[in-house]
Each structure stands twice: as C-alpha cells, then as structure tokens.
Design a protein around this ligand. Structure first.
Ligand SMILES: Nc1nc2c(ncn2[C@@H]2O[C@H](COP(=O)(O)OP(=O)(O)OP(=O)(O)O)[C@@H](O)[C@H]2O)c(=O)[nH]1
Ligand SMILES: [Mg+2]
Ligand SMILES: [Zn+2]
Length: 229
C-alpha cells in the first residue's frame, strides 16, 4: 500500500496557489480491505478538513458514481498525482476508450514509470472536460511550494520587510503586510489566500515532523525487538 498523507498536502497547496478547488481521490481501492480504506479516508478527512475526499477503483469501478456526481458540464478538471496511481486508467474507463496509454508500476521501486508524457484533454459524455497529466515527480512538487511564494511575491516581500522576524502578519502593530492591506496596496482576497496557504504550509511542515517522529519510534521498536531476541 503506497499511501502518503503529506503528498496530498502538497497537491492541495499546489491547487490553492492556483485558485483551483482540490478533490482528493484515493485510487486502487480494490487493493485494500474495507477497514484499511476507511482508515485512509478518515486520515485524509481529519488532516484536510473541508476538502472533498473520495475513493475509487479502475478495476471494479467502485466510486465512479460519486466522482461523476462532482463533474459538471463545461468545467475543466485536472488529474494530478504521482506516476502510476491510475490517472490515465481513469480517463480510459470514463471515456470507454483507450484514449491514453497506461503502464505498470515497477516491481523494484513500487513507483510508476511515467507513462504519460504530455497533457491530454478529453471530453466526457456528460460534457465535463478532463485533463490527464504526466505523473509528477516528487521534486516537481517541492519546487511548486517555492512557486507558491512567487505567486504571492508581493506579500512575501512585504512580509520579509516586517519589523518583527516572527510576525504572523495577522494584525501586529506596525506589520508591513497588514498596513499594505489597510492601505489597499494589497488586495484583501490576496491577503486571505496568502494566510490560508501559510496555514496549510505550516500544517504540512508539522505533519513531516510527525512522520519523522513516527519513523524514529518505529526504528527504536525494531531495535528493541532484536535486543530481546
Ligand atoms: N489494482 C489496480 N490497479 C490499477 C488501478 N488503476 C490503475 N491501475 C494500474 O496501475 C498502473 C498505472 O496506471 P496508469 O493509469 O498508467 O497510471 P498514471 O497515473 O496515468 O501514470 P503516469 O502516466 O505515469 O503518470 C497500470 O498498471 C494500471 O493497470 C486500480 O484502480 N486498481
Ligand atoms: Mg498516465
Ligand atoms: Zn507582519
């Protein structure tokens, strides 16, 4: 089972930085038990409150109805995710044609093989537009996190000008960002987005710390186990 909550977090940040509403889709649900699936879904719901979460299988087609229920005629939806998660398989199943070449997941790394190499737009029967993308490399996503700063570089520049190094930019006396918003130099909506992205980012960073802590705990447990033997 290849499941990583943090990875979803990065895609959410990416979507939000582009003003796109994210929907989290857990693929290959045929590979896990109902109990495992419920654990995964509730972890996502807990971690990303307010974000839509659904699961599906391209083999059994479970979950397709709920996905289709979200897709509206004339709107465009973009499939993002690591290589090998089943984006192109989903496109093929939804269109009922082999629109996209799909590929395996290599045994030795468990990673996809970057089968899709270019973007492709398809029109579904209900009139919704779906874009299949090449799977993203992990570094690509990390780069996007820097891109987030660029998108809000005006605010970031102001933020680094702030007189307090640890300013939250929420309303501190003399905060350069707050002043710019008050003076109308920075739009209120851009400021709101900036704050939301900041929060998500902090969230993401704490979940990385949490993961490290768990990994340490796990290796300690393994060590103790061998000591006892
Ligand atoms: N068990 C199972 N396997 C799936 C499912 N969906 C896709 N696969 C398999 O996963 C592999 C990768 O599927 P693709 O659809 O090519 O994945 P992709 O996300 O388009 O990958 P890239 O194009 O490399 O980004 C293929 O061998 C698929 O048959 C699913 O729901 N369940
Ligand atoms: Mg593909
Ligand atoms: Zn400030």
């Amino acid at each position: 089972m290849d499941f990583n909550v943090n990875r979803y977090g990065r895609y959410i940040i990416l979507c939000r930085s582009q003003g796109v509403e994210p929907v989290l889709v857990v693929t290959k649900r045929d590979l896990v038990s109902e109990v495992q699936l419920a654990t995964i879904l509730s972890a996502l719901e807990r971690t990303f409150p307010g974000v839509k979460v659904l699961s599906l299988s391209n083999i059994t087609r479970e979950g397709y109805a709920s996905l289709m229920g979200l897709l509206v005629k004339g709107r465009t939806y973009c499939l993002l995710g690591s290589s090998g998660v089943g984006k192109s398989s989903l496109v093929n199943c939804l269109t009922g044609r082999e629109m996209m070449k799909t590929g395996g997941v290599s045994d030795w790394s468990g990673k996809g093989r970057h089968v899709t190499t270019h973007r492709e737009l398809v029109v579904l029967e209900n009139g919704a537009l779906l874009i299949d993308n090449p799977g993203m490399r992990e570094v690509g996503i990390v780069d996007e996190r820097g891109g987030l700063e660029q998108a809000y570089d005006q605010i970031s520049a102001l933020a680094s000008d702030c007189r307090y190094a640890d300013c939250s930019h929420l309303g501190e006396e003399g905060c350069a960002v707050v002043r710019a918003v008050e003076e109308g130099v920075v739009e209120r909506s851009a400021y709101d987005n900036y704050l939301r992205l900041q929060r998500e980012r902090e969230f993401y960073e704490t979940s990385v710390a949490e993961k490290r802590r768990k990994e340490r705990q796990f290796s300690k447990m393994v060590k103790n186990y061998f000591k006892k033997k």
